[in-house]
Write a protein that binds this ligand. Structure first.
Ligand SMILES: [Zn+2]
Length: 413
């Protein structure tokens, strides 16, 4: 197989340029769904797609599809893609490598004279990150039918603003019913992404091929106690929402470390209190808890244990508990034939690779519900992600884009 020429310098420039489109002070990247920065980021990416000769469309929730038409219209297209939204205080590679890298893959294929039989779609998914609505992968959940339009219509951000209101701000119109794609609408879906873990770097392996994605879940708990003056409210009568929340956070740690599975992880990543004044007893607390595992049984056992503990803690502390499971997703099993295609490409190009599990979840988790899917991972320094010092070298990115390019060419015929 002759390697296809890449313009990795241009790609790196584009990654750097997109990183400057941020709500925060660079190098910090923050692009929350449908914020001004997210919308500008979308325009930046769309412009690159247009320049690459791709045809753009967007669905009602703002998933963007950039298509390179194949020669055989009757064949199901293949797809690649990722996201450009970024959590507060993030870096510039998460998601972006899979979007801008795919554009470079398509430019390189075009330049090489290759003509795909199947059309190739680049999908830029809406809200992979859960920042605005507390639930991630809203775009791919709707595409795959895992999330119903009715449920999505109930989403509110912390200011009470709905998904519909935000869609209006971003000028995405139409019924959410129209977002869902039929099963097997794509012959293959491949997402290029940084690993967000330390394995590839530690083992000096260039490429990870994802076989399975861990099963994620999110709990939201709203605790209502009784506030009062920090001086005037004596300790015996207190119904402090923060203290109940603190006990719950510790119960999360206890539950996930006690499942017997080393893959169970739990994080209380949101813990907000009201009124948040030094001289006032916290009357309300909001917790959002993320629990994941590669096995559903141990994940679900941990969830149940956390919920039982929260109930007991709140009863004992006379705090009202409202608990909700925001999402409880199954693990994704990737397509073994497609994963083998990626492995073949690695062998042909002499690139070291290994099959692995993704412990972070991605839009691929949901795409795998409707079409054969896998992911291509590249190493990132120290396994660090969701931080401004997130880093993959131009060489590591180039290798990933090269493998993606050849995989797309093989899948598209
Ligand atoms: Zn990501």
């Amino acid at each position: 197989m002759n390697p296809i020429a890449m313009d990795i310098q241009r790609l790196q420039r584009e990654i750097d340029e997109l990183a400057l489109i941020t709500e925060a002070e660079p190098p910090v990247v923050t692009r929350v769904l449908f914020s001004e920065a997210d919308l500008r980021g979308r325009e930046f990416v769309k412009k690159l797609c247009r320049e690459a000769g791709m045809v753009l469309r967007a669905d009602a929730v703002g998933n963007i599809f950039a298509r390179w038409d194949g020669t055989k219209e009757n064949l199901a297209p293949v797809a690649t893609g990722s996201h450009i939204d970024a959590i507060p205080n993030a870096g510039k590679y998460d998601g972006v490598v899979g979007v801008l890298g795919a554009i470079e893959a398509i430019r390189a294929l075009k330049k090489s004279g290759y003509q795909p039989q199947r059309s190739i779609d680049l999908i830029i998914f809406t809200a992979e990150e859960p920042t605005r609505f507390g639930i991630g992968c809203i775009g791919s959940r709707l595409l795959s039918g895992v999330l119903s339009p009715e449920k999505a219509a109930t989403f509110r951000d912390r200011d009470g603003k709905s998904l519909d209101e935000w869609r209006g701000v971003a000028h995405y119109a139409g019924s959410l019913d129209s977002v869902r794609l039929p099963k097997d609408c794509y012959a293959a879906f491949v997402e290029l992404h940084i690993e967000q873990g330390p394995v590839l770097e530690r083992e000096k392996t260039a490429i990870g091929i994802v076989e399975k994605i861990a099963a994620p879940s999110t709990l939201r708990m709203q605790l209502t106690g009784v506030g009062g003056h920090a001086g005037g409210t004596l300790m015996p009568g207190r119904r402090d929402a923060l203290l109940a929340g603190a006990e719950i956070a510790l119960a999360v740690e206890r539950a996930v470390t006690g499942t017997g599975s080393p893959d169970t992880v739990g994080t209380t990543g949101v813990f907000r209190i009201e009124p948040g004044a030094v001289n006032s007893v916290p009357c309300r607390a909001l917790l959002e808890i993320d629990v994941r595992d590669t096995k559903v049984a141990t994940r679900d056992a941990a969830l149940a244990q956390i919920e039982a503990a929260a109930k007991e803690i709140c009863q004992r502390r006379l705090v009202t508990l409202q608990s909700e499971r925001l999402n409880v997703d199954p693990p994704a099993v990737c397509d073994s034939a497609l994963a083998e295609t990626v492995a073949d490409v690695c062998r042909q190009l002499g690139v070291s690779h290994k099959k692995m599990i993704s412990r972070a979840y991605h839009d691929t988790l949901f795409m795998a519900q409707i079409c054969p899917s896998t992911m291509i991972f590249i190493p990132c320094r120290g396994g660090i992600s969701h931080r401004p010092d997130e880093f993959s070298s131009p060489e590591q990115i180039e290798t990933g884009v090269r493998i993606l390019t050849q995989t797309l060419a093989q899948a598209a015929g």
